[in-house]
Design a protein around this ligand. Structure first.
Ligand code: KG4
Ligand code: ZN
Length: 340
C-alpha cells in the first residue's frame, strides 16, 4: 500500500509518499517562513494563497522523486484540522479532488495525530502504550496513548503553546520567525544562572500547563536590560531551561500517574536539543525509554500525514465521503479507534 500525504495546516506545504513495505519514498516540503517573517507570525490569508501556488508542483516533485505513477498510489491522506481554515481547505480540496480523479480513497487526518505517530516512522519505534508530549506552535498536550485512536488527554496549556512562547520571546530578542530553533542556538552561548525564570504550575499538582505568565516575566526582563548579545544569550538560556524543566516535571508526573515506561515527544519543539537531552536523562534514570523523530519529522511535514493515513486506510473503514470538511479546532479524543 502506497499513500500520498498532504499537509497544509499552517505555513508549511508538505507532500510525501509512504509505502507500507519500503517506508518513505518521497518527502517534499516548502516552508513559507520567509513570507511571514516580516510580520513576526503567520498571516492566514497569505498562507492559503501560497499553499495554492505550491501544492501541485510539490505533488509533481514527490511523484518524480519516488519514480512512481499516480496509478500506483492507493490512497490520499490530507490534514483536515486543527489549523488555519483557509490553509486546510487547500490541502483538503486538492486531496479530495485527486482521490475522485484517481478513483482511490481519501482520508482526513488530525494534524496532532500525525505528530503523535511520527516517531513510529523511526527505528526503534515506540510500542503502545506510551505517554506523548505534544509540543508545537499551537499545542502543548500530554496524552495517554494506548493504541491508534485510543487517546486520553491528561493535560494541556490553558493559554499559550510552548512553540508560540518560543516564537514570541525570539521575536523580542530580534531572532525572526519562527524563532524556536534560533533561540535555542543563542541559548547555547548563554551563561547558566545569570537569570532564573519561574517554572509555571509546577508547585501545584496536576498536568495543566500555563505559559503566559512566564512569557510576561521574560518579556519584562528583556525590556529592562540594555541590548547586548551576551545578556540576550543569558536570557535565552534561562528561558529555555525554565520551559524544559517545566515540561520535564509534567512528563515525570504523567509517567508516575500511569505507570508507563515509554515517553514520546513530538511536534516542532521536540526538535529542541536541550529538551531531548533533559528527557533522555530523566528516562534513563527511571529505566524507561524516550522516543522522538528526526528534526524534519518534528516540524510540520507530509510524511507524518501519509504515515497516519496509511495506518488508518489499512483498516476496513469507509472513506467514500466526497464532502470536503476541515476544522480549526478538533480534539484528539474524538478520533475513531483502530483495533491493532
Ligand atoms: O509542529 P510545528 O512545525 O507546527 C505546528 O503544528 O505548530 O511547530 C512549530 C513550532 C514553532 O513555534 C517553532 O518555533 C518551534 O516549533 N520549534 C522549536 C524548535 N524547532 C522548532 N522550538 C524550540 N526549539 C527548537 N529547536
Ligand atoms: Zn504541527
Amino acid at each position: 500500500m502506497r499513500i500520498l500525504g498532504i499537509e497544509t495546516s499552517c505555513d508549511e506545504t508538505g507532500v510525501a509518499i509512504y509505502d507500507a513495505q519500503k517506508g518513505l519514498l518521497a518527502n517534499q516540503i516548502y516552508s513559507q517562513a520567509k513570507l511571514h517573517t516580516n510580520y513576526g507570525g503567520v498571516v492566514p490569508e497569505l498562507a492559503s494563497r501560497d499553499h495554492i501556488r505550491k501544492i501541485v508542483p510539490l505533488i509533481q516533485s514527490a511523484l518524480a522523486q519516488s519514480s512512481i505513477l499516480p496509478s500506483s498510489i492507493h490512497g490520499i491522506a490530507y490534514t483536515a484540522g486543527p489549523g488555519l481554515i483557509g490553509s486546510l481547505m487547500v490541502g483538503a480540496t486538492v486531496g479530495r479532488a485527486l482521490s475522485y480523479a484517481w478513483r482511490i480513497p481519501a482520508i482526513a487526518i488530525h494534524h496532532m495525530e500525525g505528530h503523535l505517530l511520527s516517531p513510529m516512522m523511526e527505528t526503534p519505534a515506540p510500542t503502545f502504550p506510551f505517554i506523548a508530549l505534544l509540543v508545537s506552535g499551537g499545542h502543548t498536550q500530554l496524552v495517554k496513548v494506548k493504541g491508534i485512536g485510543k487517546y486520553q488527554l491528561l493535560g494541556e496549556s490553558v493559554d499559550d503553546a510552548v512553540g508560540e512562547v518560543f516564537d514570541k520571546i525570539a521575536k523580542l530578542l530580534g531572532l525572526g520567525y519562527p524563532g524556536g530553533a534560533p533561540l535555542s542556538h543563542l541559548a547555547q552561548q548563554g551563561i547558566a544562572g545569570r537569570y532564573v525564570f519561574p517554572r509555571p504550575m509546577t508547585n501545584r499538582p496536576g498536568l495543566t500547563f500555563s505559559f503566559s505568565g512566564l512569557k510576561t516575566f521574560v518579556t519584562n526582563t528583556i525590556l529592562t536590560v540594555s541590548k547586548n548579545n551576551q545578556t540576550y544569550a543569558d536570557i535565552a538560556r534561562a528561558f529555555e531551561e525554565a520551559v524544559v524543566e517545566t515540561l520535564r516535571i509534567k512528563c515525570q508526573r504523567a509517567l508516575e500517574i500511569t505507570g508507563f515506561q515509554r515517553l514520546v515527544i513530538a511536534g516542532g519543539v521536540s526538535a529542541n536539543l536541550t529538551l531531548r537531552d533533559n528527557l533522555t536523562k530523566m528516562m534513563h534514570e527511571r529505566g524507561g525509554e524516550l522516543f522522538y523523530a528526526r528534526p524534519e519529522f518534528c516540524t510540520d511535514n507530509g510524511a507524518m500525514i501519509a504515515y497516519a493515513g496509511m495506518l488508518r486506510l489499512q483498516t476496513k473503514v469507509s472513506h467514500a465521503n466526497l464532502a470536503i470538511s476541515v476544522r480549526s479546532r478538533w480534539s484528539l479524543e474524538e478520533l475513531p479507534t483502530l483495533e491493532t
